[in-house]
Design a protein. Structure first.
Length: 81
């Protein structure tokens, strides 16, 4: 799939969906992608709160979600990644 990076055909390690005019919220289920290293979804029309569950992604090295319409503050759990 375009914008989805996989390792060994079984593990999603990157999501690169920049400037795709995406709408809606970031689903907390993203935290189920335990091997995710990069989440780049900047310059879309995402809204709502940033799910604190993203803090469970222990391999996450890059999170780029700026230039969206998120509300609230960045959850403290994100800073533990």
């Amino acid at each position: 799939w375009e914008g989805i990076l996989c390792w060994d055909k079984a593990h999603v390690i990157g999501i690169h969906l920049v400037k795709n005019n995406l709408r809606g919220t970031l689903p907390p289920e993203l935290s189920l992608l335990k091997n995710l290293k990069e989440l780049a979804m900047d310059e879309n029309n995402l809204s709502g709160k940033i799910p604190p569950e993203l803090g469970n992604l222990t391999f996450l090295e890059v999170i780029d979600i700026d230039n969206n319409e998120f509300t609230g503050s960045i959850p403290d759990e994100i800073f533990s990644v």
